[in-house]
Ligand binder design. Structure first.
Ligand SMILES: O=C(O)/C=C/C(=O)CC(=O)CC(=O)O
Ligand code: CA
Ligand code: MG
Length: 409
């Protein structure tokens, strides 16, 4: 059983997540879409700076998808102009306090694909769902993905209604249709596509970075009792598409440039096929980004961190996700969202889902107030956090990715 000590240093998870002083320095400048809270004004494109938002209307930017479609060189030029303007602290620029704003999805999301790049998650889930064959032979050759549902992607803070669905217990003769009793989270990052590719026109692994716009936090809520009964032979469906929460902020790949690390394969593992491999890719295609799962039940005075992982544990890189997705000529479009899949680490306390943290629900977590949890109950608030930080560089935060589970309809 995993005993979770309360981490006093992270007492104010919400504050640290929304603490502009640490999340949104000048070196970040994440994009969002916002308006003044409670107003009915049109949504506006902005960038986060400290505890405020710079409205980009004055910069002629009112459609983030249009900006995402622009070449990286233009986006970087804009970033430098914004940096210089904000650094100069020009008094006339309009900065809206984040506390006075409300947020929506940062851009139009045409298509959503969820990948499976977390090998430790894949092994753990495989052991539970397919004990005889946890990691299928294709895993180390193919960046596995499935097409998700973009209509149910919601912004942080949107309640997640517990779904009803078909559930069949191992010892039951027939399934029943009932509210899911095993609502879970999945600790992921979402990659937003920048410039797309034309239908029928794949791109090489060394061109992939040009198609990456930025990253957001992504919780792929999962109904673990609906999932095993429905997922064969076509993959996850209603167990996943009842809701996917993302942060309102997109952290650009330019802001994450300093946190690149070499992309390596474990000793003895097969090297990727040539279309997914190059010296440049091996040199710096992975990222050192810390990711955390937090939980606050209605009875808890403060939230508790359930786990901490890192994008460095991904078995497939962001560039390989993009390249593979387009390798058959499929056309990616600006604003498309690619989930990394659940990024668990090798240690038990680095698991990115309750399914793993509780051994399929058999080993409930004991929370600091004595409550126990296997899966989420109504009223539970599940939050994801992430940060890129290393000595000599400002910490790059990703904001909040929160959702409260509400009773089934
Ligand atoms: O069938 C399995 O092994 C598990 C599939 C998933 O959980 C789908 C998914 O969301 C993958 C992920 O988040 O890593
Ligand atoms: Ca997922
Ligand atoms: Mg989902």
């Amino acid at each position: 059983m995993l005993d979770h000590t309360h981490d006093p240093a992270a007492l104010s998870w919400v504050a640290s997540a929304n603490d502009p002083a640490t999340d949104f320095p000048l070196q970040n400048l994440p994009f969002c879409r916002f308006r003044r809270a409670g107003s009915l004004e049109p949504w506006r494109v902005g960038v986060g700076i400290g505890d405020r938002i710079l409205d980009l209307a004055a910069w002629g930017i009112d459609d983030l998808n249009a900006l995402m479609a622009r070449p990286g060189v233009e986006r970087r030029a804009l970033r430098h102009r914004l940096f210089d303007t904000l650094k100069a602290g020009a008094p006339e620029i309009d900065l809206v306090p984040q506390a006075e704003a409300e947020f929506t999805l940062p851009c139009r999301i045409g298509d959503y694909t969820d990948f499976y790049t977390g090998i430790h998650h894949a092994r753990a889930v495989g052991r539970l769902f397919r004990p005889d064959n946890p990691l299928l032979p294709n895993y180390q050759w193919v960046p596995i993905g499935y097409h998700g549902r973009s209509s149910s992607i919601v912004v942080s803070g949107t309640p997640i209604r517990r779904p009803r669905g078909q559930v069949k217990a191992p010892d039951a003769e027939v399934p029943v249709f009932k509210p899911s009793a095993r609502i879970d989270c999945e600790l992921e990052l979402g990659l937003f596509v920048g410039p797309g590719n034309a239908l029928g026109e794949p791109f090489g692994i060394d061109e992939a970075d040009e198609h990456a716009f930025g990253l957001t936090l992504l919780n792929d809520w999962s109904a673990r009792d609906i999932q095993p009964w429905e997922y064969q032979p076509l993959g996850p469906f209603l167990a996943k598409n009842f809701g996917t929460t993302i942060s309102p902020w997109i952290v650009t790949m330019d802001a994450l440039e300093p946190f690149r690390i070499p992309f390596t394969r474990p000793e003895g593992d097969p090297q990727p096929l040539p279309y997914l491999d190059s010296p440049r890719h091996r040199a710096a295609a992975a990222y050192d980004i810390e990711m955390e799962v937090w939980l606050k039940t209605p009875a808890m005075p403060e939230p508790v961190r359930l786990s901490r992982s890192n994008l460095r544990h991904a078995y497939w890189s962001l560039a390989q996700m993009l390249t593979h997705h387009a390798s058959n000529g499929c056309n990616l479009q600006p604003g498309d969202l690619l989930g990394t899949g659940t990024i668990s680490g090798p240690a038990p306390e680095e698991a990115g889902s309750l399914l793993e943290l509780t051994a399929g629900g058999k080993q409930p977590i004991t929370l600091p107030n004595g409550e126990q949890r296997s899966f989420l109950l109504d009223g539970d608030r599940l939050g994801l956090r992430a940060q890129a930080c290393k000595p000599g560089f400002r910490r790059i935060g990703f904001g909040a990715c929160d959702g409260v589970v509400t009773p089934a309809g």
